[in-house]
Ligand binder design. Structure first.
Ligand SMILES: *[C@@H]1O[C@H](CO)[C@@H](O)[C@H](O)[C@H]1NC(C)=O
Ligand SMILES: *[C@@H]1O[C@H](CO)[C@@H](O)[C@H](O)[C@H]1NC(C)=O
Ligand SMILES: *[C@@H]1O[C@H](CO)[C@@H](O)[C@H](O)[C@H]1NC(C)=O
Length: 271
């Protein structure tokens, strides 16, 4: 359990999000996962423009966080409330969190059937050629904050980029991806650091066959890896689970816990 101290930052966070404990001042560590993850409420982070990219930044209520987390969203972007709240949850776990606006203010609409929206076009427009430079700006921002290590967490669309950030020379120490989409074999074989994956039971972008292939490719990398499958979940559950459904709530919270523990172990030196 984390100890609560009446530090100013903790008080400020408490005043905005009552009943959710934060990492205690002076000590970046995480507490009881179901208590630090927020599914509803007001975001506590801020937005800041850096090198032309809008960043959502959420700071932990502790001093000198050692690990920064680059949060890479699904196609709904940092504009989606659940993405901001999950980024805040990582901050409460003791990480300095930065989430770049991957779609420059124009994320996909909640309903892909919205007139005028074409998901195929959207994916083509936001390929690695457009997305890598935005991700790199978030990475550069984290690099200047003074954190010792950097971890990446990605969801659906962003999951692929969490993998890409583990390629040699990127400087990312560990990554987590929930139900990554569009992931290519060469992006898996290129990882040079530990990677953890959360998979949904029902996911057309990651079928059971594809999941097995990913596991085999990860085993070949000889790096620490983990692939967890959550029953009763579908694509997107890591962010947009229906938390009224006990299995989905458990899946989302456990995937978050999986990421936090992975980062503590492979970037935070907890082992
Ligand atoms: C969506 O875009 C793709 C690629 O540009 C195109 O082939 C397809 O016809 C479009 N679909 C609709 C419904 O306009
Ligand atoms: C990336 O490539 C796509 C498809 O060729 C193109 O539509 C888009 O404009 C490119 N974006 C950038 C930033 O180069
Ligand atoms: C969410 O889950 C609850 C409990 O299973 C269910 O009653 C509700 O219809 C679900 N909501 C949506 C939008 O699927």
């Amino acid at each position: 359990m984390i100890s609560m101290r009446s530090s100013l930052s903790a008080l400020l966070l408490w005043s905005v999000v009552p009943l959710i404990p934060v990492a205690s001042a002076g000590e970046c560590s995480y507490g009881d996962i179901p208590q630090i993850i927020a599914h509803t409420g007001e975001p506590v982070g801020r937005e800041e423009k850096y090198n032309g990219v809008n960043l959502y930044i959420s700071e932990p209520g502790c001093e000198n966080p050692k690990v920064g987390v680059l949060y890479l969203t699904d196609v709904f972007g940092i504009q989606l409330l659940e993405n901001k709240l999950l980024a805040d949850s990582f901050a409460r776990a003791g990480f300095l969190v930065v989430a770049p606006d991957l779609f420059d203010g124009e994320p996909a609409p909640a309903d892909f059937g919205t007139p005028g929206f074409n998901i195929t076009d959207f994916i083509l427009k936001h390929g690695p050629n457009a997305t890598d430079p935005i991700v790199d700006v978030g990475l550069a921002y984290l690099g200047e904050t003074g954190v010792d290590k950097i971890a990446a967490t990605g969801y659906c669309f962003g999951g692929r980029y969490a993998f890409r950030l583990l390629a040699a020379g990127k400087g990312v120490d560990a990554a987590f991806a929930a139900h990554p989409s569009l992931l290519e074999d060469r992006e898996i074989t290129a990882v040079t650091n530990p990677i953890s994956v959360a998979a949904a039971e029902s996911d057309t972008t990651m079928s059971p066959e594809r999941r097995s292939q990913i596991e085999a490719l990860l085993a070949d990398t000889k790096k620490p890896y983990q692939v967890n499958l959550y029953s009763g979940t579908s694509h997107g559950f890591g962010v947009r689970a229906n938390v009224s459904d006990p299995q989905q709530k458990f899946g989302k919270e456990s995937a978050f816990s999986q990421a936090v523990r992975w980062f503590e172990a492979w970037a935070g030196g907890a082992l």
